[in-house]
Write a protein that binds this ligand. Structure first.
Ligand code: HEM
Length: 222
């Protein structure tokens, strides 16, 4: 491939990565908004979960799009990492990386892998039992079941500890990812400083919200 072809496709990959990241960031706001209601109003959590779990648009359109975005983001992340390593094999071995890039930017792949491990556990905890409950065992819908099911999963301190660890890594992943997503999408505009500030606040507040949710649910489950 010509130099300009490589350049174009690598920019293309970065833009695709950034767009999938922005989509997942919006999903995280929605997910946290629903989860956090479980800490102060189990009834609201049940109502919202019942809606999300039974609405056909959510189930058969939004959910497949979300799962595609999650898989796409991970696969693209691995491809970008592999290409970066290919492009600079000597730099990585010989250079002191801290001189040109932050610790977190060099370790996006590792924080990403911890989040991937969390998602596997998370899907085993919630998504698979839910799919089994609804579409395989064909149980009748009980709109009040969600909060109790949720609490049950937050009984174990080991699981809650693993969740909290993953949320801390999520914060680190987002802190670097936000800046890098805007860089890939072009940052020559007057909003860039505001967006960067928003990125830092988002990257701390969203994982913190998940941590608070997990800890409160753990306390309520004892
Ligand atoms: C305390 C924190 C969290 C709690 C209590 C929680 C709880 C849940 C619950 C109850 C579901 C519903 C499963 C279903 O009905 O299909 C779910 C799904 C999901 N969660 Fe979480 N979650 C938390 C954090 C996170 C984080 C940080 C991420 C992403 C990094 C995440 C990603 C997902 C995904 C991708 C799904 C599948 C959505 C779907 O298609 O149904 N969750 N979570």
């Amino acid at each position: 491939m010509s130099k300009s072809g490589t350049f174009k496709s690598s920019i293309g990959r970065k833009i695709a990565m950034a767009l999938s990241a922005l989509f997942l960031m919006i999903f995280l706001i929605q997910h946290l908004t629903i989860n956090i209601t479980a800490t102060f109003s189990p009834e609201t959590f049940n109502e919202l979960s019942h809606f999300m779990g039974t609405n056909p648009v959510v189930q058969f359109i939004a959910q497949p799009i979300l799962i595609f975005a999650v898989v796409f983001h991970f696969v693209m992340g691995f491809i970008l990492e592999a290409k970066n390593r290919q492009a600079r094999p000597i730099n990585y071995k010989k250079n002191n990386g801290a001189a040109n890039s932050s610790w977190m930017s060099r370790n996006m792949i590792y924080s990403g892998l911890v989040i991937l491990a969390f998602l596997v556990l998370h899907f085993i905890d919630f998504w698979l039992p839910e799919m089994n409950y609804k579409y395989i065992a064909m149980n009748p819908e009980d709109p009040t079941r969600y909060y109790e099911e949720l609490l049950h999963k937050f009984h174990s301190p080991i699981r809650v500890g693993a969740y909290v660890l993953a949320f801390v890594l999520l914060a680190l992943h987002l802190l670097h990812g936000f800046g890098s997503a805007f860089q890939s999408l072009g940052q020559n505009n007057k909003y860039i400083d505001g967006l960067k500030k928003f990125g830092v606040i988002y990257s701390i507040l969203i994982p913190l919200g998940f941590i608070v949710t997990a800890v409160v649910l753990y306390m309520n489950a004892q």
